[in-house]
Design a binder for this molecule. Structure first.
Ligand code: HEC
Length: 105
């Protein structure tokens, strides 16, 4: 009888962990709509571009509009003293966004 009581307590501690896991998987789930979510480019996009607003799906703009939009975002980042992506990072971001951009026919 006493033994069983101890086990009950142990299970309570596990409960906390599964709550943490639940929270983690929910926050990962928010980015599930990004294409290639595990790729370095997608991670960079999440890091650099979610500071001021939610992430926009690459498919909302055409490739040409993304080029223009990144320039506009540079201005926003300068204005708010957010460090700009390096030219290398910029190229990765642009390539990623354009690859998955809205297709123009
Ligand atoms: C320093 C803050 C900041 C960062 C960092 C930032 N943005 Fe923005 N972004 C803004 C603001 C402010 C607006 C809304 C004003 C506007 O549309 O010009 C915006 C709007 C947008 C829009 C929507 C424009 C529209 O007309 O609906 C897109 C798409 C976008 N950002 C993409 C990006 C991408 C891609 C990055 C990463 C390279 C990025 N943003 C990083 C501040 C930021």
């Amino acid at each position: 009888m006493v033994e069983m009581g101890k086990r009950e307590k142990g299970r309570g501690r596990n409960g906390k962990w599964s709550l943490l896991l639940l929270v983690l998987s929910v926050s990962v789930g928010c980015n599930a709509s990004l294409p290639e979510p595990e790729s370095p480019a997608a991670r960079l996009y999440q890091q650099r571009c979610s500071l001021c607003h939610r992430l926009y799906a690459p498919s909302i703009l055409t490739a040409e509009m993304w080029r223009f939009m990144l320039e506009r975002m540079d201005m926003e980042m300068q204005r708010r003293s957010v460090p700009l992506p390096t030219s290398e990072e910029r190229a990765i971001l642009l390539e990623y966004l354009q690859k998955h951009a809205q297709k123009t026919s």
